[in-house]
Design a protein around this ligand. Structure first.
Ligand code: FE2
Length: 320
């Protein structure tokens, strides 16, 4: 059911029966038997039925973007001609509201991302159903490490590039409208990302890693059409180029448990001390010890910073 609002924008009604009819129909097809083994390690393709859902048509996404922009940090957009080698943060941000950017998306060379779209009750069932699908592929043991599902919606202009980067999250890129060429590297290939690059990322540098032209031959290349989706493993460097139409895609992603981030950050400290630390997931004992050690380091840093803040709040001459 579709309602027309007073402001002229259409709005999708919350109707449980209609929601059920819009079920995405996630299917790993021929990959179903091996997808659980590939999870976290190799990309794999799968299918969905969201391309015909009214939920993800641009006119509804304008309302979603407007709502998301009321939540601090849940909308990001930029516009400009981007190269694979460009870094986040160097791309111009248009001086207009997000709904105006989406209305101009055909020609704006823009990239709009809306985070936590599952907070809208109309969209929550899509993510809940997808989480069940992923847990079914993963099996009960792996599912314990697939946490905190999130739905991001990305609306981007024809030809727009997403530059070389990698993410900590376990990601699934779902193509709803338009096409995308996607290149995904092997997350275990240390000629693409070094251990130090990954440690750098976890220590706050979200643009860690550097593209080199030979990566083009090393990466797996996928062409996504509406109805296609691909798994992008955590730490798999990737880059994307849209086809000749406006692209609407979803990033459905999950977090790894916190201990892995702790180990990378502890390894960075050890590397700065001249050591050559063992990467995570090679020794459970070392991982447990390093994660605990990093938590102690973090607590000590917090204590020192708090003490400094208290001291600076006390007027000079009264420290004793
Ligand atoms: Fe990404």
């Amino acid at each position: 059911m579709e309602l027309t609002m007073r402001d002229g924008h259409s709005k999708v009604a919350v109707d449980p029966a209609e929601q059920a009819a819009r079920r995405a129909g996630w299917s790993a097809g021929a990959e179903a038997a091996t997808a659980g083994d590939k999870l976290h390690h190799k990309p794999f393709l799968f299918k969905h039925g969201l391309a015909t859902s009214p939920l993800f048509q641009t006119r509804h996404l304008i309302d979603v973007a407007r709502e998301a922009s009321k939540r601090p940090g849940d909308v990001y957009f930029d516009a400009g001609k981007i190269d694979i080698t460009d870094k986040w943060g160097n791309i111009p941000v248009p001086d207009m509201p997000v709904d105006a950017v989406i209305e101009r998306i055909l020609t704006a060379q823009a990239w709009v991302i809306m985070k936590h779209v599952e907070k809208d009750p109309r969209y929550a069932p899509v993510l809940a159903e997808f989480t069940q699908f992923v847990h079914g592929l993963a099996g009960p043991e792996q599912s314990r490490d697939i946490l905190n599902p999130e739905m991001l919606v990305i609306v981007s202009s024809p030809g727009r590039v997403t530059s070389f980067h990698f993410d900590a999250e376990i990601n699934f890129l779902v193509q709803v409208a338009g096409t995308k060429d996607v290149w995904i590297c092997d997350p275990a290939d240390r000629s693409i990302l070094s251990e130090a690059d990954v440690e750098d990322y976890y220590s706050g540098n979200i643009t860690a890693g550097k593209f080199r032209p030979e990566f083009q031959d090393k990466a797996q290349h996928f062409v996504l059409h509406p109805g296609d989706a691909v798994h992008i493993p955590s730490h798999a460097a990737h880059w994307v180029q849209n086809g000749s139409e406006v692209s609407v895609s979803l990033s459905l992603n999950f977090e790894y448990p916190q201990w892995r981030s702790n180990v990378y950050q502890m390894n960075r400290i050890m590397r700065k001390l001249g050591l050559d630390p063992t990467p995570p997931e090679q020794s459970q004992i070392k991982d447990t010890m390093k994660s605990a050690a990093y938590q102690a380091v973090r607590a000590a840093r917090f204590g020192v910073n708090r003490l400094k803040a208290l001291r600076s709040a006390v007027p000079q001459g009264q420290h004793s």
